[in-house]
Design a protein around this ligand. Structure first.
Ligand code: CMX
Length: 441
């Protein structure tokens, strides 16, 4: 791991010098115009964050350091006999900006396994919550309890030089990624498996060991976890979980505090919680219709009823994407190879055939196509994981890879405290009137 850390430092030094040059000549070059509606509509489309690790194209979907999901599936190292990329490889790619070798990935897997011990107080803190607490609440509570281990917080309190921030941030980031599967699995076993003790095999890769911790040993589930942990890792910097982590980190809050903030955002139903909402919506539909294989006509009517009740159809739509999410398609391909006859999976595909047209017909939904959350639950149910309230925790474990790689970069590049300007409606009105008087608007 020390080689990877040194490589990261060298890359970051080079990039910091390039950014300095870029700013010397372009500090005051305008980027784009902001219009009034963007201030009221979630800042949609305003370019205001630099995140080096991934970039989202509205039509082509996410690219990690320039590589699309199908390219990652082809080019990233795989486990022996595995078909899916190892998420450790994606972490390396996001961190270093180059494709890893099999050896690089092995070094990360080994380092994560070595760093995965968790102090007992973390589990005791989770145990203080009622068993009924949502898994995301239990997960975030565990992350917060683990903050006692932050090397950055300790180094800061001892007066670390700002040039060296990146070092304990890097260590915290790796330690956090190593430990999250254990916290997540503890929550799962506590809530759904009568507190069964965690079984791990530290010789396995990170995602396969996570599957084992959750009590799933089927080889195809291990493959699914590698795919799942890869495709959910990042979605450029502006989505709620990535942005919340980035924002809180900019106050020099340590990786544990920052990541917990991101996870609180992921727990919202318009973001990561949508993966539980999708399966809940489908289960309710099957119950209402009294069938496990609804026709397309039945699905269409149920979707229209959902809209008429003033609710969203979970798993569809996106703040940036304007096409079917390649993460949805990667999961669809996985299902086509591994479980083509599964009735729930077929229902997901039938929903995909009818819902976009219904959403488009509303005339207001900007993207009627499915996002990542529309498919993931059906794959998990296939392997027996029906406890859908847990699904966002899986998303969260994967998301750590992207937001932690990004946090290492932000501190290595010395990014500033984030503090955008807010404005009142009265101030906007006054500004508009002023412009109108001058004949500028
Ligand atoms: N079902 C019903 N209505 C939808 C819709 C959906 N799936 N997607 C968008 N709309 C509605 C919006 O609620 C909005 O309605 P109002 O004008 O009445 O407020 C209108 O269409 C325009 O919205 P938009 O510009 O197309 O979408 P936004 O950028 O505002 O929101 C998102 C994006 C994801 C929140 C929205 O599409 C949605 O609520 N989808 C369902 C929840 C979901 O799947 N979230 C997961 C996203 C992926 C992730 O982060 O994990």
């Amino acid at each position: 791991m020390i080689d990877i850390k040194n490589k990261f430092r060298a890359k970051a030094d080079k990039e910091a010098a390039e950014i300095k040059m870029l700013l010397r000549e372009n500090a005051n070059t305008p980027v784009e115009e902001v219009v009034v509606s963007q201030l009221y509509q979630g800042m949609r489309g305003i370019t205001s964050i630099v995140s080096e690790v991934s970039l989202l194209d509205p039509m082509d979907g996410i690219k990690f350091r320039g590589y699309s999901i199908p390219e990652l599936q082809e080019k990233l190292p795989k486990a022996e006999g595995g078909t899916e990329p190892l998420p450790e490889g994606l972490f390396y790619l996001m961190l270093i900006g180059e494709l890893p070798t099999q050896e690089d990935v092995k070094a990360i897997s080994k380092s994560l396994a070595e760093r995965s011990d968790i102090p007992a107080h973390v589990f005791k803190t989770i145990d203080a919550l009622p068993i009924s607490a949502h898994p995301m609440t239990q997960f975030v509570t565990g992350i917060m309890a683990l903050q006692t281990e932050s090397l950055f917080a300790k180094a800061y309190s001892e007066g670390i030089n700002k040039k060296d921030y990146w070092d304990p941030i890097f260590e915290d980031a790796i330690n956090l990624i190593a430990r999250l599967p254990y916290i997540a699995a503890y929550v799962y076993n506590r809530k759904y498996k009568n507190g069964a003790s965690l079984k791990s095999d530290k010789s396995l890769d990170w995602a396969a060991n996570f599957a084992l911790l959750l009590g799933y040993t089927e080889i195809d589930f291990l493959k699914l976890m590698r795919l799942y942990m890869t495709i959910h890792a990042d979605h450029e910097g502006g989505n709620v979980s990535a942005h919340a982590t980035h924002l809180v980190g900019s106050a020099l809050s340590d990786p544990y505090l920052s990541f917990a903030a991101g996870m609180n955002g992921l727990a919202g139903p318009l973001h990561g919680l949508a993966n539980q909402e999708v399966i809940k919506w489908i289960f309710e539909m099957l119950k209402t219709l009294g069938t496990d294989a609804p026709s397309k006509e039945q699905i269409a009517q149920y979707a229209k009823d959902t809209l008429a009740a003033g609710k969203v159809i979970p798993g569809y739509g996106h703040g940036v994407l304007r096409n079917t999410d390649p993460r949805f398609l990667a999961q669809k391909e996985f299902a086509e190879s591994n479980m083509p006859d599964d009735k729930l999976v077929q229902t997901v595909w039938n929903i995909f055939e009818v819902v976009p047209e219904i959403l488009a017909a509303t005339g207001k939904v900007k993207n009627p196509w499915p996002n990542v959350d529309a498919h993931s639950g059906a794959l998990l149910v296939h392997f027996g994981m029906k406890e859908y309230e847990f699904y966002t925790v899986l998303f969260g474990v994967s998301r750590s890879l992207g937001v932690m790689a990004n946090m290492c970069w932000s501190r290595a590049l010395g990014f500033a405290l984030e503090r955008p300007k807010s404005i009142t409606t009265n101030a906007i009105k006054a500004w508009l009137n002023e412009g109108a008087k001058k004949g500028e608007l």
